[in-house]
Ligand binder design. Structure first.
Ligand SMILES: C[S@@+](CC[C@H](N)C(=O)[O-])C[C@H]1O[C@@H](n2cnc3c(N)ncnc32)[C@H](O)[C@@H]1O
Length: 249
């Protein structure tokens, strides 16, 4: 039996028993193999743009489920999927902008799936902004530590699919009216609501990054850097406010 890393396990936890799923950018294929092996998903699709990762996935299929033939597809994003072909789409370990490209290449198709689980490697706030401006809601979110990183995993649902999701399970729904400052896209209100145990460290890491940049450029005489310094200082004030709020939950 496959034992998932904490990150992949948290992604798996967003998928309900009986749902079908496609793992876009599957690489090693651990997540769909696990979901099938544990009878969570009756059908899984493993898709990747590169042959090398799919060979890795095939290898893992041979190790863990040699008697089952899996649905493995070579292609970019959602292009090898039919409209409504599965319930859930997972896109993890890719950049936020690449994920936006994948979704926006055929928005109609993207909105034909019941729910998406995202774990962007960077620019999560850009992805969330795009989602909220393009008719998606964010229903759930959690943090997970992997080595020196803390990643956010979140659940997004197209508005036209809300009725197929049990919305009563979610205490707080993020839509674009809830975003009053860009920082709200970086540190979701859902994480406060759920008292995520990694929230304090997540915000502290963000402050550390800004302080590092500030130290590196604050002695510069370049006028452009002066503007940058002021922006970073403003950002640190907002992050410290967020940190204080996180300590109080
Ligand atoms: C860092 S791996 C992530 C693997 C796995 N999803 C995880 O989270 O552990 C990223 C994978 O995405 C694939 N990839 C990159 N661009 C893609 C695209 N446009 N469509 C599908 N897969 C893509 C890469 O080939 C690679 O296997």
């Amino acid at each position: 039996m496959i034992k998932l890393t904490d990150r992949l396990q948290k992604i798996a936890d967003f998928i309900d028993k009986g749902e079908t799923m496609a793992d876009i950018g599957t690489d090693h294929g651990f997540l769909p193999i696990y979901l099938w092996q544990n009878n969570i998903c009756p059908h899984v699709i493993l898709s990747d743009i590169n042959k090398g990762p799919l060979e890795k996935a095939d290898n893992n299929i041979n190790i863990y489920c040699p008697d089952n033939s899996f649905d493995v597809r070579l292609g970019s994003g959602l292009e090898k999927l039919e409209l409504r072909e599965v319930d859930d789409i997972v896109i993890a370990g890719m950049g936020g902008l690449l994920i936006i490209n994948i979704l926006s290449s055929d928005v109609n198709k993207s909105k034909s799936y019941k729910k998406f689980i995202f774990q962007p490697r960077n620019a999560p706030e850009k992805l969330k902004k795009w989602l909220l401006e393009n008719g998606f809601y964010i229903l759930d979110s959690c943090l997970v530590r992997e080595g020196k990183y803390i990643w956010e995993i979140f659940l997004a649902v197209p508005e036209n699919q809300l009725m197929y999701n049990n919305i009563n399970n979610f205490k707080i729904v993020l839509n674009k009216d809830k975003i009053t400052d860009p920082i709200d896209l970086e540190i979701s209100s859902i994480l406060y609501e759920k008292k995520d145990p990694l929230l304090v460290d997540f915000i502290k890491n963000k402050i550390k990054i800004e302080e590092k940049i500030l130290n590196a450029i604050s002695n510069s005489k370049n006028i452009k850097n002066k503007d940058k310094v002021n922006k970073i200082k403003e950002r640190i004030v907002k992050l410290e406010f967020a940190l204080k709020k996180a300590y109080e939950i």
